[in-house]
Design a protein around this ligand. Structure first.
Ligand code: HEC
Length: 155
């Protein structure tokens, strides 16, 4: 091995790792700025919001396909778990809204999972938020995983 070859080899491997580092940085920096957008002024991810109209649409869907198990009040069902009250809120507190969306859409109703549309799922979740005491606002609850993943239930 010639002595001159050593620094050349070190240099080229150094260049490679520098290149690698900058690729990682480009993608990580993109994520960081997206994360920053999602965080509100107190440094907390935003709480989910919904509109009254959306919850009203959810109420109609709920009567048609959920009340038979979860009950008319969301907490007096003969079969389903309560979807309202302290137990339900404890279960979902500090978790992203996307988790509740995914469970609802991919497991409910039990005899027909994955049949609710994205919008129907959003409407049903708006009803669940209203029934658990969150005040309505001017913006609908998004009906898609990505934005819901940035919203945390603080109730
Ligand atoms: C045939 C009865 C039945 C119907 C109809 C039904 N559910 Fe359920 N649901 C259940 C049962 C039972 C559970 C508990 C499942 C478990 O814990 O594995 C549950 C669980 C859930 C949960 C999760 C609760 C938690 O804290 O983990 C949600 C949310 C939910 N249902 C929403 C709905 C919605 C919305 C509809 C209407 C589209 C619906 N369900 C229709 C029986 C039903």
């Amino acid at each position: 091995m010639s002595i001159a070859a050593i620094p050349r080899r070190m240099l080229s491997s150094g260049c490679l790792s520098l290149l690698f580092t900058s690729i990682v940085c480009v993608s990580a920096c993109g994520d960081a700025s997206r994360l920053k957008e999602a965080v509100n002024t107190e440094g907390q991810p935003p709480e989910p919001g919904y509109t009254s109209e959306q919850a009203d649409r959810g109420r109609i869907l709920y009567r048609q396909g959920c009340a038979e198990c979860h009950g008319t009040t969301l907490a007096n069902g003969p079969f389903g778990a309560p979807l309202k009250g302290a137990y339900f809120r404890d279960r979902w507190r500090s978790r992203p809204m996307a988790a509740l969306y995914t469970v609802t859409r991919s497991t409910m109703p039990p005899e027909n999972p994955n049949t609710l549309s994205a919008e129907e799922t959003g409407d049903l979740l708006a009803l669940i938020l209203r029934e658990n005491g969150l005040a309505p606002g001017a913006t609908e609850l998004p009906a898609a995983i990505e934005p819901l993943g940035r919203m945390i239930l603080h109730w």
